[in-house]
Design a protein. Structure first.
Lengths: 265, 490, 444
């Protein structure tokens, strides 16, 4: 583990970006998430860890209302983004998702050119007035995703032709292009090899400058490497939420300790 | 019927062989089945199959070849003088066969063979008419003689066939019975035999295609001997005339076919595609469970039903409500009628294929688009449809091939008049005009009294071959596109 | 922590739809509406088609009958007087027609019916009636000399009058019926001598000639279709299953196998009319099988059905998990034994379902049968198989086509009625297939 980073970690208090209070999620009859309350800070990487089926991905999908696309899902409780209830009837999930972007487990570039992949979000949200502005957005996004140098000469080629790690960075660029305030990442490295994983992790750390990033991960090492705050989920409950250092070095709950030390999960 | 008896005899021999083979195997093992290489029944089957295969094979071969040989020989017996003006050797030969058939009927009714032989042709013809065998032309002595020869030869060869087939069966029985021994690998032999039968069944598919191609190719070649191919492919007028001087150009028919298919696709593609999208992306479970089977019912309805629907409902409706008030003519069979009804028929075809194809687009692409804040329709229009486009194109090509080959709807809904290119463009593109198609003309040229030596009949085979080539091309292209599309997401 | 956001609630939510999003949402609604319209159009087309057929065809199952007391005059029917059926057969149907005419006249007198301008009252009765009466008399010679009540089929126009097809106005312009005859029919109805009721004869009687729609039926066509289905079942099922077993379980990956596969998928999409040409050229002209015979129709439909059966059978064979095969092979069964003892029985229900669906397709197929002479006018029932396979017959869908080609509008009603019969058969077959699938479907 990268001990240097653990020590260097800055733990200054940031503003609250997303606040969740008493969130429950049901998939049909099954109660997937039970009474979860969490505050996610601005310009911070927050990691959700826990064994498979613990509800961490479910909770992540609540934050941009991706659960709406599953007909049987039902969400109760209150989640606010900058103090605004995102489940209020007046809220348009389409506009919410433009502010809360998402990157998925498996790289899923659209079967379009690299350029069109990145330009997709700005186009549907009407973020650019002309071609030049769009070009600029695409370039900036690709630069932020650390893909510009590799992709600048092949913007017209299909995104599906890139390598796995490049595809995932393209998906990150695509998410960044809509100028979100929060970036949700659902196990973004689970389909990648170690080198690509390292590149993406480095990228996450840089993204922290502008966004608040929430990452679901299976790997405790990854959580420890990239996050400042960590939440541990178990069987649908949020067991413990604290600074990453505290969780990993001094957990309060015995379940957290068992998971960290590899006895459950 | 001696043929029935022959088959029964072979079956009996096979059954006998089964019992005998099984018994011999058991004896050779001293009554202990465990000492045999295979289960006792396999020895029985081995003998039975060895009896059946050569005997039945010979039987089928003989039945196919014999009529040829007899025909060729008897045709040679007919003197040139017996072939009347305007007739041909082929026509006389069909009379001969008919008379021979009548002779059999008479004898079956108990008429004395010597009496018949002594009858004049005229008397014989009356006698036959009384038992229901009517002849088109007066019977000549030559025809009567040829018919008698035909019958004698057929009967003679039949007897020989019986002998040969029975000999083959007995030979098989003797050979396999001798082979039967406790160390004989009966199971392997039987299984190899069955494997060949399975292969034979699979080859039926190739034989069918071969049959289709050959049957049309030969007659098409005959057609092009009687009618120049340049005029068929490049002419602009369709006016068959059984007295000669026909104009048999495919272009007017091809135009009608394509025009009707185009209208059908204009109806079916948007409706089918939107229905597929709605049902797979939007519809609630209840709507889906009701609407999906309803659309599938459309696919199960025979085309004759659509044809009748076009004839009695859609055609008159279009004529009374659209064509006549707008002054487009007053024909109830029209391009529009046939196209509209064919479009309805194709809706389930387009929608179910598109449905499969849309569902093959991975969920991750949908999630990716929703995650960026796209609405559902934006996701469909900009991600799903472009991703599924090759597959959808394939589905449309398959639907087009269906439309081009469809027969009953156009027979009943489109009319029999070929497009008249010399009447000006207005007549040719008027969708409320009756217009015929390739398939309609195949039906009309091949039904009723047909004479397989006139170009007016033979043209149907050339039309059929053209149709086959066009639809085959479309199918191969469509299947190739769809397969490539599926591989992309596997 | 939470109090940091308190009191900072924005006046207007930034997440609430702005103008651009509202436009996008409107386009979303429109798109959704197009989809709903498309589905509705398809469903409306189905409903419209079915109701149009039922509305046009329901009448075919009803028939108007007229009861008359006919005196079977011995002087006319049996001149020799010894009731010998062979001699009586010399009296043709023309000899019976006057009896009906007389019976009609006496009925008019007995019921005191007076209709102005009534001409040829016997035309109310089908021209087939004398033939039917002759059949009854020849079968029962002892009836001659008696007066007996016969129930005759009414003429197609009179029948049409009670089904709304013929009206007083149309009768004015019709050479086959006069308004006076219609009024006479009404008088007969009042006297209880005329009634319209269910018509079993439509299912059982054979076809009838051009101007006797009222006595035409589907008997021969149903029998012909049934024979063809027997042939298709007897040939397509074993060949299709054998071919599927070969391709799925034994075929090596080579050129020949590829060729077979390509052929099967292409045959499934060859236009049906082409199969008709094949039947005509190969089975009739080359092999010399008789025209209009169920055997030829059956063979052609077999070839058309094979791809369907092969495709569904292969799907049910692949659905049997490899573990079953491994288990059988593991106890030392041969490959052939594994397939026939384990895989095939487990795939059975799927194969049956596919076969029934294939048969249903074949039952509705028309175009190829037109080319092999099944359009012929056949009034004789074919005899029992196997001879019946070689005798002329028609088929249900072809009978429909045949009737559409006739001038009398009564045949349109008959054609629609025949379609209803055809659809009922198809419905039953598909229902059986669905039930089989539900009952025996196995989830691995």
């Amino acid at each position: 583990m990268n001990d240097m980073r653990l020590i260097d970690r800055k733990t200054t208090m940031n503003e609250i970006k997303i606040a969740a209070e008493g969130v429950d999620v049901f998939y049909g009859e099954s109660h997937a998430l039970k009474d979860v309350s969490v505050d996610i800070e601005e310009r911070t990487v927050t990691a959700f860890i826990g064994p498979s089926g613990c509800g961490k991905s479910t909770f992540l999908r609540c934050l941009n209302r991706m659960n709406d696309t599953i007909p049987t899902a039902r969400v109760t409780g209150r989640i606010t983004l900058d103090g605004e209830d995102i489940y209020a009837p007046s809220v348009d999930p389409v506009q919410l998702r433009a502010k809360v972007g998402m990157v998925f487990q498996k790289p899923n570039p659209f079967p379009k050119s690299i350029y069109d992949n990145v330009a997709y979000g700005p186009r549907i949200h009407g973020l650019s007035r002309n071609k030049a502005e769009l070009d600029e957005i695409v370039e900036n996004s690709l630069r932020r995703a650390a893909l510009w140098d590799e992709a600048k000469d092949r913007l017209a080629e299909p995104g599906t032709g890139l390598s796995g790690g490049q595809q995932q960075r393209l998906c990150i660029a695509r998410a960044v292009a809509t100028a979100p305030e929060v970036l949700l990442m659902d196990e973004p490295c689970s389909a990648l090899d170690p080198i690509a994983t390292a590149q993406v992790e480095e990228l996450i750390d840089e993204l922290r400058q502008n966004f608040s990033v929430v990452i679901v991960t299976h790997s405790m090492q990854q959580a420890a490497r990239v996050s400042q705050k960590t939440a541990f989920f178990h069987l649908g409950h949020l067991v413990e939420y604290d600074d990453t250092d505290t969780i990993f070095q001094n957990p309060r709950d015995t379940r957290t300790e068992s998971y960290i030390t590899g006895r459950i999960g | 019927m001696p043929t029935t008896w022959l088959i029964l005899a072979i079956a009996a021999l096979a059954a006998l062989g089964f019992v005998a083979g099984r018994a011999r195997a058991m004896t050779s093992a001293g009554g202990d089945a465990r000492r045999l290489h295979s289960l006792p029944a396999y020895y029985g089957w081995n003998v039975a199959l060895t009896v059946l295969t050569p005997a039945l094979g010979l039987f089928v071969l003989w039945m196919l070849v014999q009529p040829f040989l007899v025909d060729r020989h008897v045709t040679g017996l007919i003197p040139d003088s017996a072939i009347g003006q305007g007739s041909s050797r082929g026509l006389v030969m069909s009379d001969v066969r008919r008379v021979a058939e009548g002779l059999s009927v008479l004898e079956a009714r108990g008429a004395d063979a010597d009496d018949i032989a002594a009858m004049t042709p005229e008397a014989l013809q009356d006698e036959m008419a009384a038992v229901g065998v009517a002849l088109g032309t007066p019977m000549t002595p030559a025809v009567k003689a040829a018919a008698e020869a035909y019958r004698a030869e057929t009967d003679g060869w039949r007897t020989w066939m019986g002998v040969a087939v029975l000999a083959a069966a007995l030979g098989g029985l003797a050979l396999s019975w001798r082979m039967t021994d406790k160390d004989f690998r009966a199971r392997n032999t039987v299984e190899r035999g069955i494997l060949f039968m399975l292969l034979g069944a699979a080859l039926v598919a190739i034989l069918t295609t071969l049959g289709i191609v050959l049957s049309m190719l030969f007659e098409t070649a005959n057609f092009f001997e009687a009618y120049p191919w340049q005029k068929f492919f490049l002419g602009t007028n369709w006016a068959p005339d059984f007295r000669g001087n026909s104009e048999l150009a495919i272009l007017p028919l091809l135009w009608g076919t394509l025009y009707i298919s185009l209208i059908a696709l204009l109806v079916a593609v948007p409706i089918g595609l939107f229905a597929a999208i709605y049902l797979s992306e939007y519809a609630t479970k209840r709507v889906r469970t009701l609407a999906k089977p309803a659309i599938e019912i459309l696919a199960g309805i025979p085309t004759i039903v659509y044809g009748l629907f076009a004839l009695i409902t859609v055609g008159p409706m279009l004529r009374d409500w659209l064509a006549q008030p707008l002054g487009f003519g007053n024909s109830s069979s029209s391009v529009m009628t046939a196209g509209l009804v064919m479009g309805i028929m194709l809706i389930p075809f387009v929608s179910s294929l598109s449905d499969d194809i849309i569902n093959a687009v991975p969920q991750s692409l949908r999630d990716g688009s929703y995650g960026l804040g796209a609405t559902q329709s934006e996701t469909i229009k900009q991600v799903i449809v472009p991703a599924a486009l090759p597959g959808i194109v394939g589905a449309i090509l398959l639907a087009a091939s269906r439309a081009i080959g469809e027969t009953m709807i156009v027979v009943l809904g489109a009319g029999a008049a070929a497009a008249q290119f010399n009447q000006g463009l207005g007549e040719v593109v008027n969708p409320f005009q009756a217009m015929t198609t390739i398939t309609v003309k195949i039906v009309s040229q091949l039904t009723g009294d047909t004479d397989f030596s006139s170009p007016e009949t033979l043209v149907a085979f050339a039309l059929g071959l053209t149709l086959f080539v066009i639809t085959l091309g479309l199918n191969v292209l469509a299947l190739w596109i769809v397969r490539r599309y599926r591989e992309q997401y596997e | 922590m939470t109090d940091m956001t308190a009191g900072a609630a924005p006046v207007r939510g930034t997440l609430v739809a702005d103008a651009h999003t509202r436009k996008r949402n409107a386009s979303e609604k429109r798109f959704r509406l197009y989809g709903a319209i498309a589905v509705s159009l398809a469903v409306i087309a189905l409903v419209f088609l079915l109701t149009s057929i039922v509305r046009n065809g329901a009448g075919a199952f009803m028939q108007t009958y007229i009861s008359l007391d006919v005196t079977l005059d011995a002087a006319k029917l049996d001149k020799s007087g010894n009731r010998n059926p062979v001699e009586m057969a010399k009296v043709t149907t023309f000899g019976y027609a006057p009896l009906i005419k007389d019976a009609m006249a006496s009925t008019i007198a007995a019921n005191g019916i007076e209709i102005e301008g009534l001409d040829k009252p016997e035309d109310l009765i089908s021209k087939e009636a004398s033939a039917q009466m002759r059949d009854v008399v020849l079968a029962n010679p002892e009836l001659v000399g008696e007066t007996r009540r016969f129930e005759f089929v009414a003429d197609g126009r009179i029948d049409g009058y009670y089904k709304g097809r013929v009206t007083m106005q149309s009768a004015e312009r019709d050479s086959n019926v006069t308004p006076a005859q219609l009024r006479f029919a009404d008088a007969l109805k009042e006297a209880g001598l005329l009634e319209t009721r269910f018509n079993w004869n439509f299912i059982t009687w054979p076809d009838a000639s051009e101007n006797r729609p009222e006595v035409s039926g589907l008997g021969v066509a149903i029998l012909g279709s049934f024979y063809m289905m027997l042939i298709v079942l007897g040939l397509a099922l074993p060949i299709g299953v054998a071919a599927s077993i070969y391709l799925e379980e034994f075929a090596p990956r080579n050129r020949l196998t590829d060729l077979i596969e390509v052929n099967i998928s292409n045959l499934a999409a060859v236009p049906s009319i082409v199969f008709g040409i094949l039947g005509l050229a190969i089975f009739i002209n080359f092999v010399g099988l008789p025209q209009s015979a169920p055997i030829v129709g059956g063979l052609v439909l077999t070839l058309m059905t094979l791809p369907t059966i092969i495709i569904t059978t292969r799907a049910s064979l692949t659905a049997v998990p490899p573990s079953i095969r491994e288990a059988a092979l593991g106890v030392g069964a041969s490959k052939m034994q594994t397939v026939f003892h384990h895989v095939l029985p487990l795939a059975g229900p799927g194969i049956m379902t596919g076969t029934i669906i294939g048969l249903a397709q074949a039952l509705g197929e028309t175009a190829p049968l037109l080319l092999i002479g099944m359009v012929a006018f056949v009034r004789e029932y074919p005899s029992a198989p196997p001879e019946g396979f070689f005798e002329p017959a028609t088929a249900l869908p072809v009978q429909v086509f045949n009737w559409t080609q006739r001038a009398d509008p009564a045949f349109i009603e008959r054609a629609s009625g025949a379609i209803i019969v055809l659809l009922v058969f198809l419905f039953i077959m598909n229902a059986i297939a669905v039930v089989l699938r539900r009952r025996f479907e196995r989830r691995w």
